[in-house]
Design a protein around this ligand. Structure first.
Ligand code: 3K0
Ligand code: CA
Ligand code: CA
Ligand code: ZN
Length: 448
């Protein structure tokens, strides 16, 4: 199928189920005017001038494509620079999610773009049959874990989303009500709404740590000696939007649900305040999947996460020793930086810091079968979680890309896929006291 045969799905302005957002009715009317012929006219009209990228203009609708031609990381970064989100690199062509202007930009690079086959239907989220957690079910699960394990599990709310939903987490540790002097670990998931398996991985880890406490010696030690903060759905508005569908598939939604001058949504993983928008790893177009927002932390959810990390500075010292941001679906273990191809950066990534990241990354990947690499070995990004947590606070930081073969693996795949990374999460938690242990330099860097 050629690009022009792809049917635009006009969902950017669909009203929320509770109708709280009347402005959306305006964009829905605009959307209904955007018939297929007029959408084609848009496609043929050529790209907006870069200077107009953040100016008001027609919203463009994203869908998934297969790009053939890119073979090197530089070529993948060229594709990423258009603003397209690269979803998977293991396939014979790159899977990307892109808007029409980005498709044209990719074609101008000399690559071939074809509409991806329709994704397999996802579980219908609003029906009880699904085994993916809805936002409400996630909250219920958090509440029941905390009720069942009050000594070691405590619910916290880091803040609220653009639409006012709680960004919920669980703290797991012995004497959980106390802020003890123990190495801390932060794990977040579902920053990209459609990456549905990621919340399951976070919830599974909450279950592993709490259910096996007191019986499994290794887990008991980790819970006793760490303070583990786990936030399963850090983009709740996007998650609810993605799952609220009257069809049997998800809405392929990635960003948050904050309106912008063009469309809706900021890519939270391009909105962090370290080298924000520096390097062609994000987009200034509000319709883009990788829209970086109007400024660092312009998205409420980003600010909530950053405030939480800032709040863990106690006595002038950042308490979090390890950070993990769980994504899907390319089966990768990534570490900073994403904004530069350089492995080391004077003053912000020393040879030992890089070696420790790399050594741990490879060890973790050895347990789940993923590919370990620096973030920029995939493609250049800027304003990501891990560039900020490392760049700003020297928290050892990883992004996992889980597997499953799609953003919406069948529920029957959840247990298998989640089980793959359990060991990696335990090891990552263990390393929070002194990541330099991985390179035999704990006496140099972590002496009491
Ligand atoms: O650090 C990174 O390289 C992030 C990779 C992530 C992203 O935000 O581009 N990949 S994803 O969007 O396909 N989950
Ligand atoms: Ca404790
Ligand atoms: Ca503490
Ligand atoms: Zn992602």
């Amino acid at each position: 199928m050629s690009v022009l045969e792809a049917t635009p799905q006009c969902d950017a302005g669909r009203a929320e189920p509770d109708g709280r957002y009347p402005w959306m009715n305006i964009s829905r009317r605009l959307c209904s005017l955007l018939t297929v012929p007029s959408a084609l006219a848009l496609v043929l009209a050529g790209p907006a001038a870069p200077s107009a990228a953040s100016a008001p203009g027609p919203a463009e609708t994203a869908r998934q494509y297969v790009v053939t031609g890119p073979a090197t990381v530089q070529q993948r970064s060229q594709v990423a620079r258009t603003g397209a989100a690269i979803d998977d690199v293991r396939t014979s062509g790159l899977k990307v999610t892109a808007i029409p202007s980005e498709v044209r930009a990719i074609q101008r690079l000399g690559f071939t773009v074809e509409a991806a086959p329709s994704p397999a239907p996802a579980p219908a989220p609003t029906r009880a049959a699904t085994s993916y957690h809805t936002f409400a079910e996630m909250r219920q699960e958090v509440d029941s874990v905390v009720a069942a394990h009050p000594q070691i599990a405590r619910r916290f709310v880091a803040g609220t989303s653009y639409q006012g939903r709680d960004i919920v987490g669980v703290k797991i540790s012995d004497n959980v009500a106390a802020d003890e002097n123990e190495p801390e670990v932060l794990i977040i998931a579902n920053i990209h709404a459609r990456e549905r398996l990621t919340a399951e991985q976070a919830l599974d880890y909450i279950g592993q740590l709490t259910d096996n406490y007191g019986t499994d010696g290794r887990i008991t030690d980790l819970v006793n000696e760490r303070e583990i903060w786990i936030m399963p759905m850090v983009n709740p508005d996007g998650q609810v939007y993605d799952m609220t569908s009257d069809t049997s598939s998800g809405r392929w939604w990635r960003k948050n649900r904050q309106p912008n001058s063009r469309s809706v949504g900021t890519d939270l993983n391009r909105n962090f305040a370290y080298r924000w928008g520096c390097c062609g790893g994000s987009s200034g177009n509000g319709s883009s999947q990788t829209y970086r927002g109007t400024g660092p932390e312009s998205a409420p959810e980003t600010e909530v996460l950053a405030d939480f990390v800032r709040s863990r500075v106690v006595g002038g010292k950042q308490q979090i020793g390890m950070f993990l941001d769980i994504h899907s679906e390319a089966e990768l273990v990534l570490w900073p930086f994403g904004y530069t191809y350089d492995n080391t950066v004077p003053g912000s990534m020393s040879a030992d810091e890089e070696a420790a990241h790399r050594t741990i990354g490879r060890e973790l990947a050895g347990t789940n079968g993923f590919v370990p690499q620096q973030s920029s070995d995939l493609y250049i990004t800027d304003g990501t979680t891990i560039d900020w947590t490392w760049g700003e606070y020297r928290i050892f930081s990883y992004t996992f890309e889980l597997g499953g073969g799609s953003f919406y693996p069948p529920p029957s795949a959840i247990d298998r896929e989640v089980a793959r990374s359990r060991e990696a999460l335990l090891r990552l938690t263990d390393y929070a006291d002194c990541p330099y242990r991985a390179i035999g330099k704990e006496s140099q860097y972590c002496a009491a």
